[in-house]
Design a protein around this ligand. Structure first.
Ligand code: URA
Length: 434
């Protein structure tokens, strides 16, 4: 293969054929093509874009570059969900058990957090004993018994994306809709689910900062999935402020359990029910979204969702003690309240700033091998639209040692904007693309 001709063709605005894209992906995986040629091609795509067909071919070729999970041994239509990453996003811990409680199988591979957004696997690992490594036959067995498993990525899934993403990360070519869409969807296709619900986050704490960009990404991902014969829905949700009130691994597990007990924050409950509703629809458990949401809402209210989470935790070796107020989750040694200095309405609560403050406490990692602390994080007592007066608690910081408390307190206080006029309420769910 002459890789240079593929770079030239893309640089000049041409359209690569399916055959050329398969060759390109083979070149990436085999190691025959050097990093500098791959990065030149990625930069050409960054400027020239890709047609819908090219993007589809790239996602499928990347999916086929490694192992593809065979979930045919599962009873029912397996469904999955994916979030493009946000701050305080623990919806998987709520939507997966609710979907399972509705009888729809979920065999989900999740990621670890990198940068300011959290990863579901890190959250689950804050549950004492919870095992995230499983073989495919073990996953099939677990899901056929209790309908749900959430595990870390197994096998050699999408090696083309591992190399391409690492190159994009250091060559300013991450921010390209066809490259993001094919990267995400290649992994979702390889994970084997028949139904995929995408939660595309929009706002300051998200990859996609504005709605038009997010809609374009969502449309591209839905088209890729449907082109590959899967059922796909994308929900676009706000990530200007963190979701819910807790940010940090063990704190987020606690909030997910609270929500499954019927006393979680309204925004988290709303989005979790909508995502679970779509999952149930795609899995054939309801004829309409309205019916599916009614169903999962009932399963939340009658405790069946919580029971389903407990079954999954037990099946994966974890231990929760729901008779204790901390549910047996790790507790921080140092706690500090951040107080309001002013009177007024919270008009902004910067999700990115909160995510970074929580990372500074040690809840996230800058590099894949960084050690993280399960117990640290931030609890938000006030959110956008709330009225505050001096000495009201804005937030509580949970830290491992005193040295990190004061820095985090400064950052968290700065994340709040207080003004004399109340902000206009914004919807949490901004759009749905089917
Ligand atoms: N997440 C991915 O998996 N891939 C991208 O390209 C961007 C975000």
């Amino acid at each position: 293969m002459n890789f240079q001709s593929l770079i030239e063709k893309k640089r000049d605005g041409g359209t690569l054929s399916q055959h050329e894209i398969i060759q390109l992906v083979q070149g990436i995986v085999s190691g025959d093509v050097p990093d500098y040629q791959i990065s030149a091609w990625a930069m050409a795509v960054y400027f020239q874009g890709m047609s819908e067909e090219e993007t589809q071919h790239l996602a499928v070729a990347m999916c086929n570059s490694g192992d593809v999970m065979d979930l045919s041994g599962l009873n029912g239509i397996p469904v999955d969900k994916h979030s493009t990453g946000g701050v305080g996003d623990k919806t998987t811990l709520i939507a997966v058990p609710l979907t399972a409680a509705a009888g729809i199988p979920v065999a989900k591979m999740s990621g670890r957090g990198l940068g300011h957004t959290g990863g579901t696997i890190d959250k689950l690992e804050s549950i004492p004993g919870f095992q995230v490594e499983k073989t495919l036959p073990e996953v099939i067995d677990q899901v056929n018994r209790i309908k749900a498993a959430v595990i870390a990525q197994m096998g050699n899934l999408v090696p083309a994306d591992k190399r391409l993403y690492a190159i994009r990360d250091v060559t300013a070519t991450v921010d390209s809709i066809p490259l993001i869409a094919s990267s995400v969807m290649s992994k979702k296709l390889a994970s084997g689910a028949q139904g995929i619900v995408l939660d595309v986050k929009v706002g300051r704490g998200a990859f996609m900062k504005d709605l038009a960009q997010a809609q374009q990404l969502a449309r591209t991902m839905v088209a890729i999935g449907q082109g590959a014969g899967r059922r796909v829905v994308a929900v676009l949700s706000d990530m200007d402020q963190p979701l819910g009130r807790m940010v940090g691994n063990a704190l987020e597990v606690k909030e997910a359990i609270d929500t499954l007990q019927g006393h979680g924050p309204a925004d988290l409950e709303e989005l979790s029910l909508v995502l679970a509703g779509h999952m149930v629809c795609l899995g054939g458990g309801a004829d309409s979204l309205e019916e599916a949401i009614r169903k999962v809402n009932k399963l939340l209210k009658n405790g069946a969702g919580l029971e389903s989470l407990q079954h999954m935790v037990e099946a994966q070796g974890g231990y929760l003690d729901l008779s204790r107020s901390d549910y047996g989750l790790p507790q921080a040694a140092e706690v500090l309240d951040v107080m309001s200095q002013q009177r007024g309405y919270i008009t902004e609560l910067n999700a990115l700033a909160i995510g970074k403050a929580v990372m500074g406490l040690g809840a996230g990692r800058e590099r894949l091998n960084d050690v993280i602390f399960a117990e640290v994080g931030v609890e938000l007592h006030k959110k956008v639209g709330d009225l505050v007066t001096p000495q009201d608690r804005l937030a509580t910081i949970y830290a491992r040692d005193r040295s990190r408390l004061s820095q985090a307190a400064v950052e968290v206080e700065k994340a709040f904007t207080v003004s004399s006029t109340a902000p206009v309420a914004c919807p949490l769910i901004l759009d749905t693309i089917t």
